[in-house]
Design a binder for this molecule. Structure first.
Ligand SMILES: Cc1ncc(COP(=O)(O)O)c(C=O)c1O
Length: 479
């Protein structure tokens, strides 16, 4: 695996020079974030680190009242093995032990079942920190990480750091709908920026920011740089650099939502991962969101957010009064698995197995699509993630019929093939939301998203054959 270079931080003797601190981004904070304080009770936790402290302070239940006395799991190791008989397994056990909020070792049961501090269990945070150091090598000194309940949770907290009601966020033209639905009820307005097959266009971003009025400047950009949801596109290194340059020029915050980072399978060099925006960030303007959802299991609800320490602290304060921290059971599983049972070697084996599996599924999908869908729609082969994005070749006559995309979607359902209709990813202005009919909205997005991650090979094949029948029945590709 090739790591991003950090030679810019080497001095004349080739010795690593100390990194500068992050720039102060606090001028960009939202009103809500400026008003955030530590939760009063949580602020007392720090005094519990003294070994001779007798605590009558915290309202913690005693661990003898917890009915769980041991946590055990059996873990499948070699994911790339398709034959179950060849699979090998690791067992993982979390045993009782004294409550300890500071140890960097995988925690005993009494610690994980207890309340936490809003940052994550120390050993889990140590793992996240090491991952960031190993893979992204941040270029400023005072970065930090905080545990989240996955990227959905991380995004909410990141966007609320910088946006109040009425503020706008630049998003990709086709955008992950949960992010849109996070912002909408908060009165935060997503503004779509044009994309090509490499994601958001830097010049379009610059133009949009410059067009905003000075009393309501645009401060935040939301991006999914790798295996984008829904388009499957990945930003090239040059595109990432260009977006970062615009962010520096116009003093923008970049929220880098990167759940598919480890699911990269570029042609040629399978283990060469694209550098993250965080790895290019010399200022501390990238808020990076990562999650175990696609690499261990979504149900663990465990992820992490990386940013300058001052901003991470505000996320911690937000955690303290919302999720508190991810489930202790999930954190215990992650800590014991990744730091003790698998270790780094097992983690790497697992990721390689995942990439191999996803690449195989992607290639299979591509072969079926080339056979069945050529001419009916257009798509770009995804180099990461789990999505194909089909742009339908809609005949002119059909385009004149309002609601044709809804009819195509309904016809897919009748044929028992489910894809996500493009309109779910379209970004409408608040005015369009109310003035456009559902039919008009759907026709703005003559696209469908197909995930190749879930169904078996034969089901994927059947699904694409059914889709082709539907598209042919609407005469797609005939003009
Ligand atoms: C771009 C993007 N962000 C976030 C998520 C959700 O991540 P999590 O399960 O960690 O909340 C997804 C999952 O579909 C996604 O595609």
């Amino acid at each position: 695996m090739t790591l991003p270079s950090s030679t810019e931080n080497a001095n004349a003797d080739g010795m690593p020079a100390p990194l500068p601190p992050a720039k102060d981004m606090t001028a960009l904070l939202s009103r809500a974030a400026r008003n955030r304080n530590p939760s009063p009770l949580k602020s007392l936790i720090k005094y519990m680190v003294y070994p001779d402290m007798i605590s009558l302070g915290a309202g913690l239940p005693h661990s003898s009242t917890f009915p769980l006395v041991q946590l055990s799991a059996v873990v499948r190791d070699n994911l790339e093995t398709t034959n179950q008989a060849d699979a090998t397994y690791t067992s993982l056990s979390v045993m009782p032990g004294p409550f300890d909020m500071t140890s960097a070792a995988p925690p005993p049961l009494d610690s994980v079942l207890q309340y936490g501090n809003g940052r994550g269990i120390p050993s889990v945070r140590a793992f996240f920190t090491e991952e960031i150091r190993r893979l992204h090598q941040p270029r400023y000194a005072d970065w930090d990480v905080v545990a989240t309940c996955g990227n959905t949770d991380g995004f909410l907290k990141a966007v609320m750091l910088f946006c109040d009601a009425g503020d706008a966020v630049a998003v990709e033209e086709w955008c992950y709908p949960a992010a849109l639905e996070t912002m909408r009820p908060l009165g935060i307005v997503p503004l779509p920026v044009a994309m090509d097959s490499e994601g958001m266009l830097p010049d379009a971003l610059r133009d949009m920011v410059l067009q905003r009025s000075q009393d309501r400047p645009l401060r935040v950009v939301y991006l999914v740089p790798t295996g984008q949801n829904p388009t499957g596109s990945s930003m090239s290194v040059e595109r990432r650099r260009a977006i970062y340059a615009v962010a520096q020029e116009l003093n923008l915050i970049l929220i880098e939502d990167d759940p598919y980072y480890h699911l990269q399978f570029p042609d040629g060099e399978p283990d060469q991962l694209l550098p993250s925006l965080l790895s290019m960030d010399t200022d501390g303007r990238v808020i990076r969101l990562e999650t175990f959802a696609k690499v261990l299991a979504p149900g663990l609800r465990l992820g992490w957010l990386t940013a300058p320490a001052k901003l991470v602290q505000l996320v911690q304060y937000h955690n303290e009064v919302s999720t508190q921290q991810p489930s202790g059971v999930s954190q215990a599983i992650a800590a014991h698995l990744l730091l003790k049972d698998w270790g780094q070697a097992g983690w790497q084996r697992h990721l390689t197995g995942l990439r191999t599996d996803y690449r195989r599924k992607r290639d299979l999908m591509q072969a079926v699509c080339q056979r069945e869908l050529t001419g009916l729609c257009e798509w770009t082969l995804p180099q990461a993630g789990m999505f194909f994005w089909f742009k339908l070749n809609v005949p002119k006559a059909l385009r004149a019929e309002a609601g044709y995309m809804q009819r195509i979607f309904e016809c897919c359902i009748d044929k028992r093939v489910l894809l996500v209709p493009g309109w779910q990813f379209a970004v409408f202005t608040p005015e369009e939301e109310t003035t456009l009919s559902e039919a008009e909205k759907s026709d703005r997005a003559p696209c469908l998203r197909a995930a190749f991650s879930f169904e078996s090979a034969d089901k994927v094949e059947q699904a694409i054959v059914r889709l082709a029948q539907v598209l042919r029945s609407f005469k797609c590709g005939t003009e």
